[in-house]
Write a protein that binds this ligand. Sequence first.
Ligand code: KG4
Ligand code: ZN
Length: 343
Amino acid sequence: MKVLAIESTCDETAAAVVESCGAGVKILNNVVASSVLMHQKYGGIVPEVAAREQIKSMVPVIMEAVGKDRDSIQAIAVSFGPGLMGSLLVGVESAKSLAWAWKKPLYSVNHMAAHVFANWIVESMTTEVPRFPAVSLVVSGGHTDLVLMKNTKDWEWIGGTRDDAVGEAFDKTARLLGLPYPGGPEISKAVERVTEEMRDKYGSKFKLPRPLLNENNLDMSFSGLKAAIAKIVNGLGEIDEEIRDMLAWEFSEAVIEILIKKTMKAVERYKPKSVLMAGGVAANKQLREGLKVEVEKNEDIKFFCPELKYCGDNAAMVGVAAVIAPNEVKPVELKPDPSVTTV
Ligand code: KG4
Ligand code: ZN
């Protein structure tokens, strides 16, 4: 099946054409336009600015993704939530209009599930795909969930954050440290600047707490870390670049330790065949490498994480979700749902 997918839940306007390939899905074309630079001066996303840009770029982005595939497209897919209402409306109404005009079936996709399905993107018929049961760590700007997948549609929420999402914690911490938005990649870069000498010099001076780490559950908490950074920064007054990078390093160490320990606790409990990671924060190099090492200490469990370009918001993952776990809807009945949960 060849699907045109549309994604506009946050500040991206994206369209992709995907096609089923063996047990997975191949990406034929993937176009993403982002208004992130327009939000930088505000330190976060301004919903009205995002939606206005999406209205302008939706048609050109779809045209570019469709290219020469116009006649072979068999279905339309779109994320209906969670996300920003104005942004969701642009994507959902565009998809409904196309489905109606082209007389093609319409598939609705949960944006968070789509992040997880990015792990089914394949290069060829022989590329391996996740096996069930799978434990999935979903880490984005708005969500931090641990999900047990029994099959493509039967999912159980087994744990996650009690307060801030991990991406949100990265973004807020970056802001406290004077780093630009979005904070995740900036903190990751700061971590790479930290040297052995700097770590020796500061020792455990800025060591942060690991909230809920040793509790026997799959709950996580990140807002205290952000508060601890705020307290240190306020106490120091001015911070130089070296201290800024050290604080970013300490924050990243704490967050990654929590995410890895809790995911491995889920692995111990549910004995999955695969462990998946997904969402914008899955682009974090230190987290990808750290979790892979821990998971693969178990010889019979395979670790999956999408290629970097499929971690952040994109439409390819939406098309993949529609192929792997199709949910056909009547165009007149599809409405955006800004607060739908992951499962
Ligand atoms: O999945 P996503 O693109 O959008 C949502 O659905 O929320 O995730 C965006 C989040 C932002 O908070 C951003 O700071 C974070 O992903 N992020 C990262 C990295 N790249 C993006 N966080 C940590 N390290 C990164 N390299
Ligand atoms: Zn997302």
